[in-house]
Every structure is written in C-alpha cells, then in structure tokens.
Design a protein around this ligand. Sequence first.
Ligand SMILES: [Zn+2]
Ligand SMILES: [Zn+2]
Length: 353
Amino acid sequence: MIMMERQDIEVVIQVEYGPGKTRRLYENRSAICQYNKLVAAIRSKIPSLTFVDIGLLYENPDKPDHWVVLSQDDREVEDIIHRAKQPEGTEYKLLCFKTFEGKSPATHNQNVISACKGKALERGPGMEPRQLFGTIDVGERNDPDGDLQENFVYSSPLDTEVKTHEEEVQKAEEDYLISVAEYNSLYDVLHPEVDEDPSLAVCSNCHTRAGHHKGQCPSKGDPCPSMKICGKDKFHNDELKELNKLKDQKGKKDQYLKRRRQMLKTTMERVESLQNTFKQKVQGLLINSNKKKYTKVIHDKVFVSWPAVNMDLAILEGHYKPQKRTPQEHEAADFDYIISEAEKLKDKCKRKD
Ligand SMILES: [Zn+2]
Ligand SMILES: [Zn+2]
C-alpha cells in the first residue's frame, strides 16, 4: 500500500534487517538526506528495530554486491543518494541497505571493527552479510523508563488466569507422577519373585511353601521378618498398610490432577468465548508490538495507554475486517506500518478539506 503520490517518491530504500527480512520504504529525498533522518525513517517502518541500536551498510551504487559501512556523516548520506541509480523504467532512485546491531561509526576514520564490538565485520567487498544479524552488546542504556517499558509484557487478566491454571496442572502432573513412582517401587520391593511350588501349603512361620507346617518348621525361633523376603501380603500387615497408604495417596493425586485439568479446560473455553471480539484478540499483540507507544511509566510502574491502544485498534480493525482476516502473531510487525499509512491518508484528507 503506497499512500504517497507518485511524484513524491524520489528514493526507494530497500532495507534488509534480518535473514529473509526485507522491506521497501518510499521516501522523498528531503526526508532521508541526513543520517539521523534516514535511521528514523527506517525505524518508523520496521517496529522490531525500535529498541535496538542499529548501524547501516549500503550497497555501493557503482559496484553491485559490494557493501560498505555507512558512517553517521550527513555528507556521506547525501553522496550515496546522489550516486544511487534509477532502476530501468522507474522514476526513482534505489538505495539498498542492510542493518546490523551496534552503531555506525561517527566518521569513516573511526575503526569500524571496534564500533561493532569485535563482530567479524569488514568494510568493502567480500563481506558475509549473514554475520551482520547477530546480537551485539551495545552496552549500558541511559534510559531507565525505556528499560521498564521494554521488559513489560502485557497480558490480559484472562490470559493470566489461564497461565495460573496451566502452572497448577503442571505441578499436579509432577506430584501425581512422583506418587505413582513411589507406590510402584515399594510394591516391587514387597513382591519379590519367589521360586516355589504353588501346590504346597504355606508355613505360617517361615512363609515358604516347603511342604511343612509351623510345628515342623526348621527355622522355629526365626520367623519370616518381611514381605520383602516372602512376598506374601497376609502375613505382614504393617508393610501392607504402608503400601496401601501410598496407593491411597496416588489415587488422591490422580483425582486432584483431573480436577485441575477440568478447571483449565473451563477457563480456556471461557477465554475462547470472550475473545471473539477483534479488540480482545489483537490488543495484547498490539501493545507488545510497540511498548514505547502504548505504555507509559508512572512512578516506576508501567501502565497501558488505553486511549492510544483503542485508537489504533480501530484503524487495524478497519484494515483487517474488510479482508476477513485475523492478524496472527507474526503479523504484529506490520501494525506500525498499517497505522502510519492510515494516519498519512488521514492527514492528506485533512489538507484537501
Ligand atoms: Zn516354615
Ligand atoms: Zn513373610
């Protein structure tokens, strides 16, 4: 969607800002003729670059595929615009950039490698663009409010409730599995395999089936001390009680887990039915897509600026509804673009009035 009149477009900027991520910006010369203006124009169209320091590389207009680090020098920006070529059949100049995290050097005399904090980055031909998209530590930021906003993640009360139930289910599952393991291991210990003839009578003293009675038992003063040896429930009540206690616990944990799962299911159904409105579905995505715009910091706490959110939700609804599309999470990066284009259109209408 290009809202600018054809004659306004003097330069098309193609920005590669990650592997497989490219965006084209349609600008007039005066809007990008200084380094800061150029970076601001790029940031305003690519929200994911809002909170990172970026530097720029440009494709040498005279040598395709040769990438050069752009310094923060307005004369250099002017120079590359001047040297940029017009693709055949167009009336605009095309400039290609790649971003990297870090900072462009103030002038070209500065050591580019140190500006990029040791990333394998060279100037000029033969550069491997892939190396440019790694994260580079840009050091301390001097913007505590900005950091608060950046770390803030909006989550609706319902989403929070679902998350709580999910955590409860997970904990209940773990508890149940521990309980099953405890029961099984004690059961196995108390039921050893005993090699004996089942047709023979059991001696109530040594608990073996050796064909003798208690009175004839060779281990007269030495009765069987544990189920762990004979494996027979009926002679060892204490051990059986212990085992049944674990069985009971296991059953209770199973019931508890089932109740937690049901609660989670009910909550999720409630969320589904409530989140049918466009607003409910999109507001979280929108807020988190541009926290600087949609939140404010008051006394070290981050709050959502609902008037700003609601205004842009209305714009987005107008954009998506006619197409019967629902913005999915990966489209959040386009929110800023859609909104700014809609605002430009509105400004244009006002000027005509
Ligand atoms: Zn015996
Ligand atoms: Zn025994």
